[in-house]
Structures are given as C-alpha cells and as structure tokens.
Design a protein around this ligand. Structure first.
Ligand SMILES: Cc1ncc(COP(=O)(O)O)c(C=O)c1O
Length: 458
C-alpha cells in the first residue's frame, strides 16, 4: 500500500502535523475513518458503538486478556503511525536526528502539555514512571535525618528507590498504612498526616494503587499535608491515573502537587517507553538530573532529558494517541471501563447505582446485559479487595481473592481452564488476582468471565 493510501485508510495525519488542541476535546466521536455513530451513542452499554472502538485494537489469539494493568496495547492507528515514523528515522538516520529531532520532541511536549492543561515548561519526557520518580528520589539534595512519608502499597520500584536513598543518605522512611476498605477519606488522609514530623521533606502518594485499583483522595491529601507544612514536597505516582481517571495534570497542579510521574504506555495507549515528569516551576531548580547535565539552565525542565540517542518515533505518536483518546472522550472512556469492571463482578446493586449515574438504568441493552449475571460479591469464598464508591467509581482495575486458592493458582485455573489471562498478586498487603479490562474487551467477554469466576469460586 502506498503511503498516502495507508494514511487515508487509517485516518491519521502525516507525522509532523499537529493534532488537535485541548479546546477541541470531544466527548464523543469516531476513530479513524470508520462510520461509528456519534454523540449519545457512547453510553457504556451500547455495544454497537464500543465494538468499533474495540476493533481498533488487535487482540491475542487463544485467550482473552484481562491483564491490561501492566501496559496498554496501542490502537492500530497509533501502532501503524509508530512503524511509519520508525521507518522514516531508519531511512534518514542521523539527518533526522540532526534536523528534525528537536522539533519532534518539542511538538510532543506541546501536545501532551496542552492535552493535560499545563505549560510545556513544566513537562519533561522520560522512559517511564520508574525513571520519572527516580529523578526525584535520587536527585533531591537529601540531608541526613530528612524524612519521607510513603504508602505501604506504593509501587515496588519506588519503594526500592527510597530504600536505596535511605542507605545512601541516611534518611528516614515512614510508611503510611493505607486502609484496604476505608470507612471514609479521612482515614486515608490521616494515614499520611499522622506520620509527618518537623523533619518531613517529602510525601510520596500513589494516586491509583496498582495492586487493587484503589484511588486515594489526592487533592485532599495534598491540601492536608500543605496545611501542616507548605514546604513539604508532594510527589505523585500517577502511572495508573493519567488518561484513565478524568483528574489530569492541571487538576494535580491546582491541588498543589509539586511533582508527578507517569507512563504514557499505560492508559494513553502510546507505544512502550515514554513517561512524563511534571514539576511545578519553583521546584525544578531543587533537583539534580539523574543523567548528568550542565548545558541547560538549572531552572529548565529539559535538564532532565539528557538521555542520549533514543526512540523519537515513540514521542512522535503522542499526538495520535491523544487524538484517539479525545475522539472517545475522557469521561466516556472511564464510564465504559467502570461498566466492564462492574459487569464481570456482577454486583447488581452497584451496577444499577452506576447505571443511574450515567442515565442508562432503563436502557433495554443494559437491562438485558445484566439479566443473567451472577453476583460474585455474594459468594462466601470471595474476598473483594478493592473499595468502590466512597467518592467515585474508581477505574478499570479490580482485585478479588479466592479463599480456597493462592492467587497464582487462581489465575492459573482461569487461564488453563477458561482462557482468561489475569495476574495473581502475592504481596505483603494484597493477595488476590487483579482483573483489568480495556477498551478492547466487550460486554460478552465480561459476561463469560463472570460465569467462569462463578464456576471457580463455588
Ligand atoms: C502505581 C505504579 N507506579 C509505577 C509503575 C511503573 O511504571 P513503569 O513500569 O511504566 O515505569 C507502575 C507499573 O505498573 C505502577 O502501577
């Protein structure tokens, strides 16, 4: 297929042309050049609409993937754009790097910053969340005796980075116990606040916990920390929340976050290997870059991007990944993911409550879809490890355990006997299987999973 025809077929702009700006964010739409119906049709139960979105992803053969928490597959349009951009770089080699690389990076920065409603001057690209937060943990000018508050369910790599910092600089780590089933938000906020002392210089908060999908009240935690001492740095791990929940970097900035790290290969569905680091303007100067740099002013966030030769084509896809996301709309995407989660769980009360909140409780498709569900939450052998509904519906991730089986054995039975891929988590705080649907999953997938889980759990 020639290049022009290929671009027409997948409905994308040639690399280098900017995608739409934040103001054009649409809450409905279609992907590529298909004839997907628009507007109100994106209600979460409307398979006529969502099957077109699902068709934008290539699915694995031989099993149904319900482990989309690791990273996301790319929509076909983004995937092909990536290959096309790599091909161009492969042909132009050093000429591309010497003449076009900088513009490509700056274009990606402007696009992603615009999408998130922040200034490009507060945004650096990294390889992933792990790298972004290591910039912060390894680059802070620690003094012996400085204290950090982190969470007992923070991502392992961040905990290790803090442990290494402890060995290196003799800092003190105080670990907040985040309740698995909090009665209210105050319980979570107090878990952090109670550990703050006069030596606390940093609080590390995971917005959406990877083990269970639990979302913490970020705004309220930051506000409570800053009320205690405005100089304490609030560092956010947003690996799972960006382009998943609707709370974006502009909201985090308004909430007073000093630093946020995230990965674009998770819910933005960009190719693997691009992360972001947000820093508020006053704190940029505080941190040393992880990869030595003296050529960029200390106050310029680009000092964190001294990465050597790297895959620029993975940055060039960012406008296309954003376009795909916007064509669906942040709220519509989240509603669909929450619906898929509630469907496989079969929690009838919550399903009806959720359906009311999105005005689909009397929709005949919804009524039919939930008619044969088994409510797994009523089975004595199940333990539900993810809280829902204190403040919101969370996102796609949900974790359950089977009292009769270890998590890895439970995940193995689901894969071997029913061809559902999930992940067994064996962790100090959480032991269960994590189930994470994606836009590529259908209502039918969730109904089948509901049946399979009922069989295994009873
Ligand atoms: C909460 C959280 N933080 C950080 C990471 C690390 O992300 P990455 O591997 O993209 O660096 C993950 C990965 O799943 C995560 O769930």
């Amino acid at each position: 297929m020639n290049r022009k025809k290929f671009i027409r077929t997948i409905g994308i702009l040639p690399i280098g042309l900017a995608a739409s700006k934040r103001s054009s964010n649409s809450d409905s739409g279609f992907i590529a050049d298909s004839n997907i119906p628009r507007k109100e049709k994106n209600t979460p139960c409307n398979e006529d609409y969502w099957k077109h979105i699902a068709a934008e992803f290539e699915r694995p053969k031989g099993f149904i993937n319900f482990e989309n928490g690791y990273f996301s597959h790319q929509p076909i349009s983004t995937f092909k754009t990536h290959i096309q951009a790599e091909e161009t770089i492969n042909i132009q080699t050093s000429h591309f790097m010497r003449t076009a690389q900088n513009n490509a990076i700056e274009n990606a920065r402007t696009e992603f910053a615009g999408f998130q409603g922040i200034s490009p001057e507060n945004l650096a690209f990294t390889r992933n969340t792990t790298e972004s937060l290591n910039v912060v943990i390894m680059g802070y000018p620690w003094k012996e005796g400085d204290e950090v508050v982190l969470g007992n369910q923070d991502y392992g790599s961040m905990v290790e980075a803090f442990q290494q910092a402890k060995m290196r600089w003799n800092i003190k780590l105080n670990t907040a116990k985040i309740p698995l089933h909090p009665i209210n938000n105050k319980e979570i906020i107090d878990a952090y606040l109670s550990l703050i002392t006069e030596n606390t210089v940093m609080v590390h908060i995971t917005h959406m916990i990877n083990l269970t999908g639990q979302t913490v009240p970020l705004k309220e935690i930051i506000s409570a920390v800053k009320a205690k001492n405005k100089n304490i740095l609030c560092v956010v791990d947003a690996a799972h929340s960006i382009a998943h929940l609707t709370f974006d970097l502009s909201d985090m900035q308004k909430a007073g976050a000093d630093v946020v790290g995230g990965s674009l290969h998770k819910w933005l569905c960009n190719p693997i290997g691009v992360g972001f680091l947000y820093m508020s303007t006053p704190v940029i100067e505080l941190f040393w870059p992880l990869l030595g740099d003296v050529s960029v002013p200390k106050s310029d966030i680009r000092k964190f991007e001294h990465q050597g030769t790297r895959p620029i084509h993975s940055l060039q896809t960012i406008p296309y990944a954003i376009k795909f996301h916007r064509n669906i709309g942040s709220q519509a995407k989240l509603n669909r993911l929450v619906y898929l989660k509630l469907l496989w769980l079969g929690d009838r009360d919550k399903l009806i409550r959720f359906a009311k909140s999105v005005n689909m409780d009397t929709n005949p498709q919804f009524v039919q879809q939930i008619s044969k569900l088994k409510d797994l939450t009523q089975i004595p052998n199940i333990d539900v490890l993810t809280p829902i509904g204190i403040q919101d519906w969370g996102g796609a991730i949900f974790t359950i355990s089977n009292k009769k089986m270890k998590p890895t054995a439970f995940a193995k039975v689901l894969m071997d006997d029913h061809r559902f891929f999930t992940v067994g988590i064996e962790h100090a705080v959480v032991n269960g299987i994590r189930i994470t649907p994606h836009l590529s999953n259908s209502v039918a997938d969730c109904l089948k999973l509901n049946e399979a889980l009922f069989e295994v759990l009873t």
